[in-house]
Design a protein around this ligand. Sequence first.
Ligand code: PLP
Length: 285
Amino acid sequence: MSRIVYTNGTYVPEDEARVSVFDRGFLFADAVYEVTSVLDGRLIDFAGHMRRLRRSLAELSLPSPADDQQLLEIHRELLRRNALNEGGVYMMVSRGVADRDFVFPPETTPPTLVVFTQSWNEAKSPEIETGLKVAFVPDLRWGRRDIKTVQLLWPSMAKMEARRQGKDDAWLVEDGMVTEGTSNNAFIIGTDGHIVTRALSNSILHGTTRASLLRLAAEQGLTVEERPFSTDEARNAAEAFITSAGAFVMPVTEIDGVTIGDGKPGPVTRALRRIYMEEALRTAI
Ligand code: PLP
């Protein structure tokens, strides 16, 4: 069965959806996106995704295609039309259609809005029990990684390099320090039990899952250090994990060929995943 997707005000079968070749998302990667996870047919942390979307749009002076309530209705309508229970909703906003020019088109140019569902079941992923293997790959992305643009070529190339090495994903490294994963935030837990993850800046995406996880960890009385950590510190960690809307809280059990802990997901990571999943389901809309 073909999906129903949303493009600029209409719900159409996916093979009938069209975007112009002059769309600035296509020509300049002049577009931002969000991926909201779906569990039990409900949206996880929709408000967090909307906050970040608003910030990304503002940072790029990109016009908004709709208000939060309208976007929520589009998300829900797509879940309904596609009978999606587990997976995600991808939403992309570009600066619209204009003749190719580095200068932005007039602000009155209507933005392009594309929204579609994807079916997956990460909540039952086998890696929850085995953990992920990550390779280090240099972070060669641009300097505004805090804006969630569709410019994803280096993360894609880094993931391919990790796969070439037989690993699941890459942790990106700049000046000897880990920034984040290709599509997730990176965390380690030191032998002192402290959770360490890079602080928010232009160097990383401000993860919605990261924000929830840090709040829940603090509520559990765990110590969180928001600071850069080195590749050596990562290799010597007691536990490690990643967070993202797609993977929630996912253990990492091998970093750069080094087994982390006893090679199984650690107890703190497991507890944090359980607490995160409970909270996500409790607050889903
Ligand atoms: N970092 C990067 C580079 C990402 O692409 C993503 C998600 O796509 C994340 C972190 C995690 O963000 P979130 O938890 O909001 O999905």
